[in-house]
Structure formats: C-alpha cells, structure tokens
Design a protein around this ligand. Structure first.
Ligand SMILES: [Zn+2]
Length: 472
C-alpha cells in the first residue's frame, strides 16, 4: 500500500515547522566560525590551484578576476574594487568602506608564487592537499595563506554587517616574487588607492612553534634590509687560448671575488634589532641566548657582536650589511681567451646605509680599477617603522588571546617584501602573518611547501579580530 499523501493543511503545517528551522540553520551557519573555516579553506584551495607564477601572468590575472568576482557577489561595489596594471599582470585593491572618522588601514598580501616543478614535489604543488595536519601546495605559506585570510575576513565582516570607523584597504599584488613592479606602480602612480595611517602585511613575521606545537615566539617585521645587486665586470682584449696573455679577465675577476669573500661589513645594532635581540634572548637557550642578551645592551661589546655573528647566519645578516657573489658569466669558447668576465653580487643593506656607500666600499675591497663595480637597477632606502606603543599594546592584547604567553619580538627582514615600497611612502608597515610554524615547515620557495592546518585557521581568526580592533 502506498503511503497516504499529506493533505494541503498537513503540508502547510510541515512548511511552518521546516522554514523557521531552515532559516535558523542558515543564521547559525553564518554566525558559526566553523563555516568561516570552510570558507577560508575553499579560498586557499582556489588560490593554490592556480599556478600564478611569473611564467604564467595570465594565471595571475585569472586568479585576481576570480577574487574580484567573489567579492562582488558578497556585495562589494564596483567603485570599491580597482585593478592596477604592472607589466603583464594586474594587482587588485579592494576598499571596505568605513565611516571615515579615521585615516584608512591598509592590509597586504601577494598572490604570485615562485614557480614549482611538479616532478620534484612529492605531490602536485598546484593541488591543495590536506595530510597529517598540514595543507600542502605552492603558496600555502608564501603568501596565499595571507591572501586567503584577508579575503575570507573581508567577506566575514561584510556578511556580519561590520561598520569600521575607517576604510579598510586590501591590496593583493601580482609580482612580489619577481620584480615587485605591482606595489612599485601602485605606490608611484596610485598612492590615493592605498594611502593609509598604517599598514599590516601578511607576508612577513609570524610565530615559531616549540616541539610540542605551542607558540614560542612571535615576530613582527618592522624593518627590511635593502636589496641591491651589483655587477663586477672585467674586460680584456682576449685572443687565442694557445697563446695566453699575462692578463686574463677570469683570473682578475676571481681575485676580486676572493677579496669580497673575506671582507665583513661593520656590525651595527639599530632600535628594531636591539629589541628583537632582547626579546629573542629570553626565548633562546644556551650560549647564543646569552650573546643575544649582551648584544641588546646600549653599548654592546664589539667582541660579543662578532661572536654572535659567527654563531648564526641569520643573526649575522641582521646586524650587518652583506654582499655575496651569486652568479658568474665568462668566456664564449673553450679555445678563446675570455674577453669578459662578470659576477653578480647581491647585497642586503642595513637601513641607514645607502647603496652608494656600499658601492664605494665594494670598490675599495676590490682595489682594482680594472674591475668595474656597477649597480643593477636603483634601490631606494626604506625607513624602519616606528615601535608605536599604541600599535604594540593592541597587538600584545590580541596575541595573548591567540598565542598565549609567547613574547613579541620586532624584526628586521633580511629579504624584501612589498612592505618596503609602502614604508618609502612614509606609511608604517607591520609585518605579521599570524601563522605559527615549526622548524620543519619553513619551505617557502622550496619543495613540498606546507602550512599547519590549525595555524592557518588561527591566523584567519586572529586577522578578523585585528581588522576589527584597528578598524574601530
Ligand atoms: Zn612572500
């Protein structure tokens, strides 16, 4: 026997019961942070699965079109979404309108990645893989997690109807890993789009996990060394290799490089590095921690600084300018004397020192006028961001909630990020990904890049609070 179909009245009654239940479920889903975990994960997956490396600018543009479309669907108006072109790629700037009581807050990420060779990875780098508590894929840590965080949080705030006291501006750049042309073009030609009182960058800083997976130390990037490469070039009349001349471009260049190898730029501890050594010392056991504590004193003993530099390549790079040979090019044939030999020397310059000063030092080190020392491109110095007490107090309160008692150390990056260009505009930039990782997880630009699942979702929640805290 067939079941009796419910009558008209029965149907109405059923709907009366089901519709409110359905609406309640929807509201709960919107308010439930778990559903925002899913949203953030979906966005991360969408970003990772598009191979947006320098080789494929069309992918970068497709990715940003997708992000813009997603934000339009969430109610961001056309005049709140802007694209700025830099070479073959676009950059996206999204403005979350506030009441305008305060100057805007800028938040930053880049969506391009260093390309990855699928054959060298254990799994496809352009498929988001969840395994053993990690998200694997190119860009998971650098910097698509940051981009996904900002996008997901903008959407969440929008859905919740949040009204900030200032505009929140999100900038997603398309070529940070290669030329930094995106942020350069925006800073130079469209300052009005990103003008802000201060900025937070997801592409720097973060947390270190201890062996038990607890946050041990947090770092906030406030300063960046300046990136400037040079060429050392020797030219020579050349000739037949069967009749060698006494002078040879390769030998001459080799002597110059040997002198560079043994040279050490002077050590110097600025405000940001001093504070980072002081806080870092408390979290670093053994002799290195002791050296860090002594180096953080107002007048550190030069011998302490020397020993500190010798103990660790990272610490060495944080207290002095470094220049190192990275590429070599010479000769054209086995049986011809080289008419030219050229080395590329990459320098990371401490704030406060100019590229011109470094060039002069390099010429002195080389001590051979036949070796031409020339700059590749022109780098502009970028001032360290001030240790603003209002910013630090808010960050400390927030970080207690999310990272427990881990201390916050300001840091000076030895690399360079988009933050460099924004600091040059006089806008302080604080780099903090909110992502805590273990020593085995630092795989940016390398193989099998990964990100702890818990760390990612904690960062998304942290940034949601950060946006509200600083948004007012
Ligand atoms: Zn990056």
């Amino acid at each position: 026997m067939f079941p009796r179909r419910p009558g008209y009245n029965g149907l109405i009654l059923l709907l009366r019961l089901l519709v409110p239940l359905f609406l309640l479920a929807c509201a709960a889903a919107a308010a439930n942070p778990d559903s925002y975990d899913d949203l953030a994960r979906d966005i991360l997956q969408e970003l990772v699965e598009i191979r947006s490396s320098e080789t494929f600018p069309e992918n970068t543009n497709r990715l940003l079109d997708g992000v813009a479309e997603r934000l339009r669907r969430e109610g961001f108006a056309e005049d709140q979404i802007a694209f700025v072109r830099s070479g073959p790629v676009n950059n996206l700037i999204v403005r979350y309108k506030g009441s305008g009581e305060r100057k805007p807050l800028l938040v930053m990420a880049h969506i391009d990645v260093v390309d990855a060779d699928p054959d060298a990875w254990q799994a496809d780098p352009f498929t988001l893989l969840t395994k053993g508590g990690y998200y694997y894929g190119r860009g998971t840590s650098d910097n698509k997690a940051g981009a996904a965080t900002l996008i997901a949080d903008f959407i969440r705030l929008k859905r919740e109807g949040y009204q900030p006291k200032r505009d929140l501006i999100m900038v997603l750049t398309g070529n940070e890993e290669s030329t930094m042309a995106g942020i350069t073009a925006i800073a130079r030609d469209h300052r009005e789009l990103i003008d802000a009182e201060l900025a937070f960058n997801t592409d720097a800083g973060g947390g270190e996990l201890d062996d038990e997976g607890r946050p041990r130390l947090l770092s906030i990037q406030m300063s960046e060394k300046l990136y400037q490469s040079f060429t050392f070039t020797v030219t020579n009349p050349g000739g037949h290799s069967s009749r060698p001349r006494p002078d040879n471009a390769i030998y001459q260049l080799a002597r110059a490089l040997t002198r560079l190898e043994t040279y050490r730029f002077p050590v110097q501890v600025n405000e940001v590095v001093r504070e980072s050594l002081r806080v870092g010392a408390e979290a670093t056991p053994g002799e290195v921690g002791e050296l860090m504590a002594q180096a953080a004193k107002a007048q550190p003993d030069p011998d302490v600084l020397r020993r500190l530099a010798a103990a660790d390549a990272g610490l060495n790079a944080s207290i002095r300018t470094t220049c190192v040979a990275t590429m070599l090019k010479a000769g054209v044939a086995e049986n011809a004397l080289p008419r030219q030999a050229q080395a590329t020397v990459n320098c990371r310059i401490l704030p406060g020192t100019t590229p011109e000063q470094v060039q002069a030092t390099l010429r002195e080190i080389v001590a051979d006028p036949a070796v031409k020392v020339e700059r590749i491109g022109e780098s502009k110095p970028s001032p360290p961001s001030p240790l603003r007490e209002d910013v630090m107090t808010k960050l400390r309160t927030l970080s207690k909630e999310f990272f427990g008692s881990a201390p916050i150390a300001p840091s000076q990056s030895t690399g360079a990020t988009d933050g460099l260009r924004v600091r040059q505009l006089g806008i302080p930039v604080y780099g903090f990904s909110g992502i805590a990782t273990g020593p085995e997880d630092r795989r940016a630009h390398g193989l099998d890049e990964r990100l702890p699942v818990d760390s990612f979702h904690r960062a998304v929640r942290f940034w949601y609070q950060l946006l509200k805290e600083f948004g007012g």
